[in-house]
Write a protein that binds this ligand. Structure first.
Ligand code: CTP
Length: 399
């Protein structure tokens, strides 16, 4: 996604500067080139040596470095990039940007550039919530500056609240979205993921072992190709990806309503392990043991089939992808399921316990489509997600 993209990364002075090293590593891994600029404050937290070693280029630090001025010049430096990223962006950098000051290399580049600027603020919670900083943030947003974070959490200074820099993964996603020209640009994709919890009473529920790992990886891969992703997730154990619209849903009924509300979409990928049944006589009060020792009798009612409804409904996305978790006759069952539900593809998983797939990090899928069954080799779930996302992009491009 970021292959051959040029990122000018300004590293400001803050404890979060160490995360900029991880960001550089991830950007390089995604195929981008990184031109690092280390502010005076930034150099107090990370060294030019470590930044330069990771970026594999010279680190720019000083506006009045005459060699730099002769070779490139700050104007050129600010324009040679596709995107300027400031991470961490301190209160001081935001103030300089909002005020249009240019008294060091970083602020001069930010003023001279003709490219978009993405900032990842990081500062103490009081500094972030201070009216002066909030004023600057409003001004910068009005100027078209893009923001990722800050996140709420415990900070290095010991205080808790908004101010913590977004994680490198989230910044990477925001960079992808800012450049947003992947093959799924302008497309809306709905992804369901995770298990559902069907209540028995206010404290007990029926669930399944889905971790949400494959659905989460898929949502991230679709996002990385430029899609706008609505991620409808049951109570999964894996956290949702950054840079997508997260819609939490507890039960199958909630999930069905959330999917319907997210329409229209170009594609839908139903990776959730939706409970087929709910407890029809769920109690609104906690069920108690009584003296008779009689076990409660649960009655079940069938849940709405979200995939079938969507595939056969009036607002059917162009491409509908379902999942099948099978322990026997994988291809035959998946093929029958595809026909029964009316979806375009079924991603069939062999979930026999000895495969270690359910809850594990690898997956071995068979893609069942109108063309037949295509077994894929076993690979990490992230890789399955990337390949599936690429296939989805191809299918939508073909029309
Ligand atoms: N699914 C759904 N809504 C349901 C049940 C399932 O959207 N109420 C979707 C899942 O997200 C998945 C696909 O349907 O994409 C297959 O689910 P599965 O439970 O395997 O199918 P079933 O119809 O329950 O078939 P079986 O009983 O053979 O497992």
């Amino acid at each position: 996604m970021l292959a051959n993209r040029r990122i000018l990364l300004i590293i400001g002075g803050g404890i979060a500067a160490y995360k900029a090293l991880d960001l550089i590593r991830r950007l390089k891994g995604a195929g981008a080139s990184v031109t690092p600029v280390l502010t005076k404050g930034g150099a107090e937290f990370v060294t030019a040596l470590s930044v330069g070693a990771l970026a594999r280029v010279k680190v720019h630090q000083d506006l009045f470095d005459l060699t730099d001025e002769a070779e490139m010049g700050h104007i050129q430096l600010s324009r040679a990039a596709d995107l300027l990223v400031v991470a961490p962006a301190t209160a001081d950098i935001l103030a300089k940007m909002a005020g249009g000051r240019a008294d060091d290399l970083a602020s001069t580049l930010l003023l001279a550039t003709d490219k978009r600027v993405l900032v990842a603020p990081a500062m103490n919670v009081r500094m972030w919530t201070h009216p002066a900083t909030q004023r600057n943030v409003e001004r910068l947003k009005a100027d078209g500056v893009l923001f990722v974070g800050p996140e709420v959490g415990e900070m290095a200074c010991g205080e808790t609240g908004p101010g913590r820099m977004a994680e490198p993964e989230a910044i990477l996603a925001a960079i992808g979205a800012s450049l947003g020209d992947g093959p799924l640009k302008g497309r809306h994709v709905i992804v369901t993921s995770g298990p559902t919890h069907e209540p028995i009473d206010p404290v007990r529920y029926i669930a399944n072992r889905s971790s949400g790992a494959q659905g989460t990886a898929l949502a991230a891969a679709l996002r990385d190709l430029g899609a706008r992703v609505t991620f409808v997730t049951g109570p999964a154990t894996v956290p949702p990806p950054a840079g997508v619209t997260v819609v939490p849903a507890q039960t199958a009924a909630h999930m069905a309503a959330a999917v319907e509300a997210a329409l229209p979409a170009d594609a839908a990928v139903m990776a959730a392990a939706v409970a087929d049944w709910r407890v029809a006589n769920a109690s609104t009060r906690k069920m108690k043991k009584d003296a008779s020792g009689k076990a409660p009798e649960l009655q079940f009612a069938e849940n709405p089939d979200i995939l079938a409804r969507l595939s056969q409904g009036p607002e059917r996305p162009k491409l509908v992808v379902g999942f099948a978790a099978e322990t026997d006759d994988l291809v035959a069952n998946a093929t029958a399921k595809r026909a029964r539900k009316g979806c375009d593809w079924i991603v069939a998983n062999d979930v026999r316990p000895e495969t270690g797939i359910m809850g594990g990090s690898d997956n071995a899928i068979t893609l069942v489509s109108a063309m037949g069954a295509e077994p894929w080799p076993r690979m990490p779930k992230d890789e399955v997600a990337r390949r599936l996302a690429a296939r989805i992009a191809d299918a939508l491009a073909k029309g």
